[in-house]
Design a binder for this molecule. Sequence first.
Ligand code: TYD
Ligand code: MG
Length: 458
Amino acid sequence: MAKTKRKYVCQACGSVSPRWQGQCSDCAEWNSLVEEAAPTVFSAKHDLSGGGQTIRFVPLDAPVPLPQRRPTGLAEFDRALGGGFVPGSAILMGGDPGIGKSTLLLQTCATVARSGGRVVYISGEEAAGQVRLRAERLGLSDAPVSLAATTSVRDILTTLGDMEPPALLIIDSIQTMHSDQIEGAPGTVSQVRGCALELIRYAKRNGVAMVLVGHVTKDGNIAGPRVLEHMVDVVMSFEGERSHQYRILRALKNRFGAVDEIGVFSMEGAGLVEVTNPSMLFLSGRDEPLAGSAVFPALEGTRPVLVEIQALIVRLQSGATPRRAVVGWDNGRMAMLLAVLEARCGLTFSSAEVYLNVAGGYRLTDPAADLAVAAALVSALSERALPAQSVWFGEVSLAGEIRPVAHAPLRLRESVKLGFDRAFGPGSVAEKGEKVAGARFHPMRQLPNLVDHVVGSQ
Ligand code: TYD
Ligand code: MG
């Protein structure tokens, strides 16, 4: 006997609840639960222990052909992807609205099409005329891209089924797609999941590399079900501040390659331009050292990038709760660093507002940033500038020790190349002989060493 149940699905995180409630119990989003029909539930027990086919097991070292990658034509995109598109793979590309996803993909389509690949671009958000206008502005109109504006997955799959499969298929965006087989409006969890499943099935069967554009919610997750992230082979995020010019393309998951490389672009009048040497982009370019500013040699995959970290501390007179705000770094990590500075170095931040900013709209993920952030905080608190042309790196433990970090020589070499000849970092760098010619290295073993250096030496 089959019975149909109702269920309530959170449109933000995809969690399912048997009852409606005002707030999702998983992601705490308000008013996000929408009623959707649950699949038919069978009450009779199924016995699955017979009647199937026998599976053939293979050894781990069985020969596998490596996937043949197709370069995108944009070296920075290829770098982030780990070498280009893999045919038959699905890529989910997330990013804030207006960050440049459609621009990047249109440019990619044009380069692939110009090099002889068949490309289909389906726009569900913009009319074909709008996409054509953009192409004209970017000087890409001559590229043989098959463009269509539609939102019906049935129409898309019918059309694609009648033609030779393209090398690259773009769906911009998955949230606008609609299947008449599924209940609910476009953008609901069941629609997004169902449409993605059908499109991915087509891509896998026909060896098509497919990019699904995905919207991002205000807290940075790709909207719709998290399951979308499990269904695709690669999840990429296109990041940056809209008010800044630089954009970073990052792989968050990649079944065919590493996830630590980034692609760097600059948004200009003529679209996205690749930045092949990004190491100086995120420095403010000022010569005079200022209190509260520290330079951190970050590592993105194999590329060092020098980033300026700025801290501002405002002492409060009244007993109001002080604010803490972080842009470009982890909030929790800053709270931890402040606690360590208080507990191990005797500094007091509790009655002060603390603001931290990573220059240039860059988002730091490298754990080695701790020491540079601590240096910026101590420098802001003591109102003393850090030594000119100095870089800081190292991970800080709860005990206040400065711990070793990966690839110290690479960070030091790039710093020296850009004229930063003083470096402060973990003691292990000196012990392991990782020092680099041209850099004066100051080992820091404990956080109090940093405080002594900044406060005591001047
Ligand atoms: P878009 O690709 O439409 O973003 P998304 O698809 O992620 O929503 O990018 C739109 C923004 O990019 C828009 O605000 C203007 C800017 N832009 C440029 O600065 N230069 C250009 O050549 C183009 C095409 C867009
Ligand atoms: Mg767009």
